[in-house]
Design a protein around this ligand. Structure first.
Ligand code: KIV
Length: 331
């Protein structure tokens, strides 16, 4: 098939998908998807337009990450963002995506001081921003807080590997799980979190093989950002996917705009008179481009095209052989 025909077909397909009714995913479905080896596709979003685009494209989950402190609010790291700011970002995302499973990311300082703080702030995400779940960084060191939130009836997602809120304890933004020590510590933390009752775990910045081992050994779904294709689903930061964040983009993040730009341009010029579309639900601008980019990302995740080797961290043969000798590695 010619490239032109393919892009036109994608544009038509994209517009049709956006018209279908969206239904919120359940944690039972997430567990079934793990069993059936169907990858989950999710993105971050921090405001109405991008959350709307993600929902229209049919995303499985949306994370209102504390990365919003950087990509949306302009802080240099994720650490300055406050709980109040996170609530504003999450509420806005919820209004854009009323039918999508929404996860609020606990910012630094909102859960570490005490279990009481953790429960109160997690409940703020649920009550004030209508989030379905929360995510927090760390393993053993925060296990009492995780248990307290789970006991309060809150759905908690764990986050291990490279955890940006505590990068200074890793000596900067470093890929995790490459050494036996780092792999074993991450696996042990993952089991502790699972025992404490988290519904899913996110791993960040690890080579595919150690991340895949953790996904294989845990019963709950294990997703990844920058962790290769052996986990149960993929997360990408929306502003990386759109090419909207100028300072830097991690190697594992793919911008999808180049792949959908032609289909978008063909679609837009095919509209005769934009004003005849009417005042409501006009589909003649950047929102359509954003929806197309998210849709292409979802297709790539579901078809196991993304992340592939190109967007994954490699591990050397010698290092992998050492990991495989760990008493915790299971073939
Ligand atoms: O804040 C965020 O977006 C995150 C991801 C980087 C995993 O926590």
């Amino acid at each position: 098939m010619s490239e032109d025909k393919k892009t036109n077909q994608f544009a038509k397909h994209a517009i049709a998908v956006m018209k279908t009714e969206k239904k919120k995913i359940s944690i039972l479905k997430l567990n079934t998807m793990k069993k059936k080896k169907e990858p989950v596709a999710w993105v971050t979003a921090y405001d109405l337009p991008f959350a709307y685009a993600a929902e229209q494209a049919g995303i499985d989950l949306i994370l209102v990450g504390d990365s919003g402190g950087m990509v949306q609010l302009g802080y240099k790291t994720t650490n300055p963002v406050t709980m109040d700011e996170m609530i504003t970002l999450a509420s806005s995302a919820r209004r854009g995506a009323p039918n999508t499973f929404l996860i609020g990311d606990m910012p630094q300082g909102s859960y570490e001081p005490s279990s009481r703080d953790a429960v109160i702030n997690a409940l703020r995400f649920v009550k004030e921003a209508d989030c379905d779940a929360i995510k927090c960084e760390g393993g053993e060191r925060i296990i009492d807080k995780v248990k307290a939130m789970v006991d309060a009836g809150i759905l908690v997602m764990g986050h291990l590997g490279l955890t940006p809120q505590s990068t200074s304890s890793f000596g900067g933004y470093r890929v995790q799980g490459k050494t036996v020590e780092s792999f074993e510590k991450t696996l042990k933390d993952a089991f502790e979190l699972q025992k404490a009752g988290i519904f899913a775990l996110l791993l960040e910045a690890m080579p595919a093989e150690p991340a895949g081992q953790i996904a294989k050994q845990l019963d709950i779904p294990v997703y990844g950002i920058g962790t290769g294709d052996m986990v149960n689903g993929q997360l990408v930061i929306m502003h990386d996917l759109m090419g909207f964040y100028q300072p830097f983009r991690p190697w594992f993040a793919k911008c999808y705009i180049p792949e959908v730009a032609k289909g978008f341009a063909d679609y837009i010029v095919s509209l005769d008179d934009h004003r005849q579309v009417g005042r409501e639900h006009r589909r003649d601008g950047l929102l359509v481009l954003a929806e197309m980019a998210v849709l292409k990302y979802i297709e790539d995740v579901k078809n196991k095209v993304f992340p592939g080797e190109e967007y994954s961290y490699a591990i050397g043969d010698k290092q992998l052989a050492l990991l495989k000798k760990s008493e915790y590695w299971k073939e």
